[in-house]
Design a protein around this ligand. Structure first.
Ligand SMILES: CC(C)(COP(=O)(O)OP(=O)(O)OC[C@H]1O[C@@H](n2cnc3c(N)ncnc32)[C@H](O)[C@@H]1OP(=O)(O)O)[C@@H](O)C(=O)NCCC(=O)NCCS
Length: 171
């Protein structure tokens, strides 16, 4: 890649070795190559990578369930965090999800994952409740989070604020 600007694009099968390096470093129960492949081939799935000079720095995934955009996975390499890369991934995920008819976003996140909780709160996610013992390897509870209507004026204003782009057009 030329220059240092991050670039978000669709994840491809050939990206999986680099994606798995991050996945294995970040999660206690990492997804396997096969899980990613199935997800990539699933109709209505949205899988994205963010690249910088030096290669893939992070990725995000979501699945559509009617009007629901369900975030399934999101990670940024530890040494590349707090530079807005996950923000770029989420903005693109929202844009593509809305193109596929999405009106709101849901996800589960570990109760103790304060970084991710903060990240999602910034995107207007609210906590709906807990799913007890959801993470079987640690027994940890999941916090269920969701946005309101992505097309609501207040949500568009939030996204415009985060993205620095004017309200009213694409996310
Ligand atoms: C959550 C995660 C994806 C965020 O990635 P990132 O690229 O660092 O996020 P960004 O730089 O876009 O952060 C945007 C904002 O989110 C919030 N945020 C992100 N990380 C945070 C942290 N560690 N503590 C507090 N707030 C945080 C901040 O508001 C931040 O804005 P700021 O840096 O201007 O303060 C990353 O920490 C990660 O990969 N964590 C491990 C995997 C994971 O938890 N995935 C999500 C669950 S599926």
């Amino acid at each position: 890649m030329s220059g240092g600007r991050p670039r978000v694009r669709e994840m491809r099968g050939e990206d999986l070795p680099a994606v798995l390096v991050i996945e294995d470093r970040v999660f206690p129960s990492p997804w396997t190559f096969e899980i990613f492949l199935v997800e990539l081939e699933r109709p209505g799935s949205i899988y994205l990578t963010v690249e910088e000079a030096g290669g893939i720095a992070g990725y995000a995934g979501a699945r559509m369930f009617g009007q629901e955009i369900h975030v399934t996975n999101m990670a940024v390499a530890p040494e590349r965090r707090r530079r807005g890369l996950a923000t770029e991934l989420m903005l693109e995920c929202l844009r593509r999800g809305m193109e596929l008819g999405g009106r709101y976003v849901t996800l589960e996140v570990r109760q103790g994952n304060t970084s991710a909780l903060e990240f999602y709160r910034r995107f207007g996610f609210e906590e709906l409740g807990l799913r007890s013992g959801y993470y079987h390897e640690t027994g940890e509870d999941a916090v269920i989070m969701a946005t309101g209507d992505l097309q609501a004026e207040s949500y568009r204003a939030l996204i415009s604020d985060i993205s620095g782009r004017p309200e009213g057009k694409d996310i």
